[in-house]
Design a protein. Structure first.
Length: 76
């Protein structure tokens, strides 16, 4: 299992809100595919998959708040 973690967002940003997931559990993903869209008070950005595989589990729902270092999803 590969953990997809929220990287440091820089500029002193310590939290983001999950806006939407591009994939659901069971979907195949390639390295570099956008996995989730996050929104902060300063920007909207995507977190890409850092490895190829199948989405095993999504750890947060849309609308949840996430922080740098949080595990967003598991890829098998």
């Amino acid at each position: 299992m590969k953990e997809i973690r929220l990287p440091d967002m820089g500029d002193g940003i310590t939290a983001a809100t999950v806006s939407m997931w591009y994939h659901k559990p069971g979907d195949d993903v390639k390295e570099g595919d956008d996995l989730v869209e996050l929104v902060t008070d300063k920007a909207t950005f995507n977190v890409p998959c850092s490895s190829a595989g199948k989405v095993s589990k999504i750890m947060f729902e849309e609308g949840d708040t996430v922080h740098p270092g949080d595990v967003l999803a598991l890829i098998e």
